[in-house]
Design a protein around this ligand. Sequence first.
Ligand code: C2O
Ligand code: CU
Ligand code: CU
Length: 452
Amino acid sequence: DARQQGQVIALSAQAGRTSFYPGRPSDTLGYNGSYLGPTLRVHRGDEVKVAVTNRLSADTTVHWHGLLIPGELDGGPHQLIPPGTTWRPNLPVRQPAATLLYHSHVHGLTAEQVYSGLAGMLIVTDQEEQGLGLPSDYGVDDLPLLIQDRQFQDGRLVMPAGMMTAMQGRRGDTILVNGAPNPLAAVPNRLVRLRLVNGSNARIYDLSFSDGRGFHWIGTEGGLLERSVALRSLTLAPGQRAEILVDFADGRTVSLVTGPDANASMMGMMGSTGMMGGRSAAAGPTSTMTVLRFAPRAMANSGARTSAPDLLVPRVRPDPTKAVRRRRLVLNMGMGGMMGAGGGMTLTINGKPFDRGRVDERVRLGDVEIWEVSGQMMKHPIHIHGVHFDVLRRDGGRPDLLDQGARDTVLVKEPVELLIRFDQPASTAPFMYHCHVLEHEDNGMMGQFTVS
Ligand code: C2O
Ligand code: CU
Ligand code: CU
């Protein structure tokens, strides 16, 4: 917990060794440690001073995913931090309470650096949220859960490589929560808030509890919903976040589990041998896996509410009739193009692979637009920097139940219409939009836009 009012939050990107299993050290990357980084807590209204030092031998960047700030502060591929240097952005926090993340975003190396550990959580708090009486005792009844799948061999982290990995993204046979395999959380036997972050490179989770218990969904990427939604399962794509309230009052041990990856059928079609390094994996993207076990026990009461509230935080979404423009993005996955290395699979948006020197779209500051996004061959988590948007329509009809709220990342295959107001300037440095399967992003499924 690095809330340091008025002080500088110092992050050091560094190489280290992490023993995920005793006596089996792996080479990893982390911020201020050997794997992942500290959870940063900031409050609406803060001007957060950050100093990021690159102690790696390669370039890096730190992107504040979900933070609504101008383009030159965003930490995307244009804010490179060369080895041995320090980047000092001042981040104005002017948005509702939400669960965000930060991660490396250096073009071509994002997937490898994040896989190795360059990611962390960023929590925005505000008074409105604090007034709701939600569980907020950090690490006790308010748990940040950064969920990642990773591939291990003899207890050591390995990085899958090859053609299949480039096409499907890296997946693994082991789920880590906050960097820990086989995690067990001791929780109070009452209502607990989970901040779920999908920090995987490619895996889509289908989360539920092992005993089928229900829970209340209260927040998306953009912050709290207007009303809580009773659910029994929740899909979480790479880059997405969800806050939920779960009741452990019955004191029974229970697990958070995930069903197969929503892209599993496509992976079966392509064959999974390359992905799993040639081994047939008992656990992996096509199987149901345990994410985290909970052991409830009696703990001193925090004074937080014991049941989920119906009403959360009112939110005014942009008026769709005020949209001045419609743009179309197609996330292409094509066979045998001329552009792909070796003439294989090409990953592009609207037929163009990412080019750092090309601005793909120019948006006027303050405009409302509708972006229609679709994806080929599999489900792709489209993420747009510098904005939170609403899903207006999905596949020509109403959005899904799980599409609601302010979002910054949603799954697309069938066309989805996103209603977006562009309130953050990006003139000196553009914002990115890309597939959050990090291997897709690195291999070209990314574009950039200015806002001015
Ligand atoms: Cu979480 Cu452009 O990324
Ligand atoms: Cu982002
Ligand atoms: Cu993709």
